[in-house]
Write a protein that binds this ligand. Structure first.
Ligand code: SF4
Length: 213
């Protein structure tokens, strides 16, 4: 049977992440504490692929990049380039809507210390591949960070060595063009690895690509 694009709430496939999930459910009964579903419609032309839910971000709120630092820069940037509308207020009921855009993660469950294992990334890739396959109008993929990038490349049926990660990298892969960026994590922005200007430049290129397509 083909893999669905959304795992069930109690997906059992990664034992370490299941155990971590159970501990979080016991400690925080009011948190989402489950695989985080993609945000945005499957008819979008743009897919953004992050790494994994943050413990107190998407794992708590249930919406990708919502509730922790990474969402501040991401949603501000998306609104600036017309890929989202409304006001981002760190809550899934803040009314923010995505426009022609979908956001997902390479790994749907929160990993301890934000570090999924190679095996967990590979296991969850079935859902990422199904997510991509379920988007008939897909024209652009933005990958945030090398791990998400490499998993998205594999999910597209290609080898990462043929599509290497670099910030600002652009790869035309037939109908889909891949744009890569450093991850908009607090660490990267605090250390200056990624500035808002660098991040905006990636989405400016995506905007030009989709407007010209
Ligand atoms: S990370 Fe993905 S494959 Fe692993 S348990 Fe969570 S949803 Fe299932």
């Amino acid at each position: 049977m083909a893999c669905p694009d959304q795992p069930g709430r109690d997906c059992p496939l990664c034992p370490r992440l299941v155990a971590f999930r159970e501990r979080q459910r016991a400690a925080h009964a009011d948190w989402h504490n489950a695989p985080v579903p993609s945000f945005g419609g499957a008819d979008a032309r743009l897919l953004i692929v992050g790494l994994a839910p943050g413990l107190q971000g998407a794992n708590r709120t249930g919406r990708p990049f919502t509730g922790d630092w990474a969402g501040d820069l991401l949603y501000e940037t998306l609104i600036g380039f017309g890929f989202a509308a409304g006001t981002y207020d760190e809550r899934p009921d803040d009314g923010l809507v995505l426009l022609d855009t979908r956001i997902t993660n390479a790994v749907r469950c929160v990993p301890p210390e934000n570090k999924p294992t190679t095996e967990e990334i590979a296991t969850c890739r079935g859902f990422l591949a199904a997510t991509i396959a379920a988007m008939p109008k897909l024209r652009a993929v933005v990958t945030l960070g090398k791990i998400g990038h490499d998993s998205a490349v594999r999910a597209l049926g290609l080898k990462p060595s043929r599509v290497p990660f670099s910030h600002g990298g652009v790869h035309a892969l037939g109908a889909v063009t891949l744009f890569s960026s450093y991850h908009c994590s607090r660490y990267n922005t605090n250390t200056g690895v990624l500035t808002p200007q660098m991040f905006r430049a990636v989405f400016a290129a995506v905007r030009r690509h989709l407007d010209g397509a």
